[in-house]
Design a protein around this ligand. Structure first.
Ligand SMILES: *[C@@H]1O[C@H](CO)[C@@H](O)[C@H](O)[C@H]1NC(C)=O
Ligand SMILES: *[C@@H]1O[C@H](CO)[C@@H](O)[C@H](O)[C@H]1NC(C)=O
Length: 503
């Protein structure tokens, strides 16, 4: 533990000014605990004895039955009950990455077991869904029939048809992201559960091979996903991303060679992009590649490294508004990164994560970034990431926490079927498909169940937020909004803790 404290020591000194000048001190430990609770509210399947979100019960217990597979479990991605593979996998990748980078800070709050459980709930499902080397179940349920109803998950009467990708119906993006998630999770469980870690790695390697050998976009093979989680950026980013995570998990040069050799043809060093999301992985790829390739043993790849790094820093500079004109990310008057109207918060939380990670990297290598608008050091980068997290927690013109259940003022009408209807545990009377709309959706009052730890879509480009259940653009929450913040909440808490301040 000692060396770990020392490792953070110099950063702490430099940060002390930032913390003392901040008007509002947030309880980041509370934010962290709440964010992990949220994943229990999103669970599908048979809930375990230690389930803490008590307004939820078992659901989706026959998922996969029509197709003769066991697809019970996994996560609902948002306020509906479809199990969408791509955003679920990205959620698990980001949760795992949070634990890999900030696991000790999460342990410091006593939350590491909950973080492990949140990851494992996803990876247990991926193991089930990967029924043979070249078959991966991509989705259970479909958006059209699901959205027609407003029901609790426990009452679900909608179609639970399942859809898969295979050799004839490829889906390299889905296979790639699921491989990345399982490879990242294999690193998380290496010490605490080596057998499980090995199993995850085995699946990850097979999935990557499958995705690489049978190329195609999954939304061409699984048409029902198109209007919900269609893959706009294609599959090249996910294949590079998967290879990079497999390299991190195995240290095998083959995977790194893939990231190097295909850097150009797959757009890894071509695309300069200003968002990082369940669809578009380039910025995350470029940022991790910059760090890995910085190591001395990879010197021979310096030419590719520089190109990855230039694109990574394009992303960073754009978040800091230090690129040339149009390639900067917009900001609201209150200072929030603003990418687009619908669920903007997802881009804020991924940006906060990447910026924090890159800040650590710059600090460890004692480097700075040269943006068009000036030189940026690790402190400025971290300070900006913190400002985004603080905005989410209530430091904004509405004094509203967009983390549900945090502080005195948060969204009360989250667009979420289960949270907006009386708990199944309280009232087991069946609530039918359209009955839910009539009695619960259109109610003006607050949701009967608080979806603690969810991060909603958030305010518009003028910092305005309308807490209305029908306003799903702003009031729906998604698992991949919260996942990247798990690590940063832990880091911010660690840095502001009294024990550390006494150094
Ligand atoms: C930024 O704009 C300036 C002036 O228009 C131009 O000279 C420069 O090449 C641009 N830099 C980049 C990185 O595009
Ligand atoms: C937010 O809080 C600040 C400081 O307490 C106060 O001055 C301001 O009026 C509040 N704004 C809103 C919209 O409640």
């Amino acid at each position: 533990m000692k060396s770990f404290f020392l490792h953070h020591f110099s950063l702490l000194l430099s940060l002390s000014t930032i913390f003392s000048s901040s008007a509002i001190a947030f309880d980041y430990a509370d934010a962290l605990s709440k964010s992990l609770l949220y994943f229990e509210a999103q669970r599908s399947g048979r809930l375990p004895y230690n389930q803490r979100v008590s307004w939820r019960d078992h659901s989706g217990l026959t998922d996969g039955l029509e197709e003769g597979v066991d697809l019970v479990g996994g996560y609902y991605d948002a306020g509906d009950h479809v199990k969408f593979g791509l955003p679920m996998a990205f959620t698990v990748t980001m949760l795992s990455w949070s634990v890999i980078e900030y696991g000790e800070e999460i342990s410091y709050v006593g939350e590491i077991e909950h973080a492990f459980e949140a990851i494992k709930w996803g990876t247990d499902y991926f193991i089930k869904a990967h029924t043979s080397p070249n078959v991966l179940w991509a989705e259970v349920g479909d958006g059209d029939t699901d959205h027609y109803c407003w029901q609790r998950p426990e009452d679900m009467t909608t179609s639970r048809r399942s859809f898969k990708i295979d050799e004839n119906n490829p889906g390299s993006d889905l296979a790639g992201e699921t491989a990345a998630a399982m490879a990242a999770a294999s690193i998380v469980f290496r010490k605490s559960n080596p057998h499980y870690s090995h199993l995850l790695l085995h699946h990850a390697q097979q999935l990557f091979e499958f995705g690489d050998k049978y190329r195609g976009k999954y939304d061409k093979s699984v048409g029902v996903v198109k209007n919900y989680y269609g893959s706009v950026s294609g599959y090249e980013d996910e294949l590079l991303w998967a290879a990079l995570w497999l390299y991190k998990a195995t240290d095998k040069e083959d995977y790194l060679e893939y990231v190097i050799n295909k850097a150009n043809s797959f757009g890894g060093i071509g695309w300069a992009i200003t968002e990082f999301s369940w669809d578009v992985k380039f910025a995350g790829l470029q940022i991790i590649a910059s760090k890995i390739l910085q190591e001395k043993k990879h010197k021979k790849h310096i030419h590719i490294q520089e190109q990855y790094r230039s694109k990574a820093e394009h992303y960073i500079c754009s978040c800091l508004n230090k690129n040339n004109g149009t390639t900067n990310v917009d900001r609201t008057p209150g200072g929030l990164l603003y990418v687009r109207q619908w669920n903007n918060m997802q881009y804020v939380s991924t940006a906060a994560f990447l910026l924090t990670f890159y800040s650590d990297f710059l600090k460890n290598f004692d480097q700075k970034i040269v943006c068009h608008g000036g030189i940026v050091d690790h402190e400025e980068l971290f300070n900006f990431a913190k400002s985004q997290v603080d905005y989410i927690l209530g430091s904004n013109p509405k004094n509203m926490s967009y983390l549900v259940g945090f502080g005195p003022n948060y969204p009360k009408r989250v667009h979420h079927r289960g949270a907006s209807i009386v708990s199944y545990r309280e009232n087991k009377g069946f609530i039918g498909c359209t009955q839910g709309y009539d009695y619960w959706y259109n109610k003006n009052g607050p949701n009967p169940n608080v979806l603690i730890g969810a991060i909603v879509g958030g305010p518009d480009n003028q910092d305005e937020f309308n807490d209305d259940r029908a306003n799903y653009v702003q009031t729906e929450a998604c698992t991949y909004n919260t996942a990247p913040l798990v690590g940063i909440f832990a880091k911010l808490n660690f840095l502001s803790s009294p024990l550390i301040a006494s150094f």
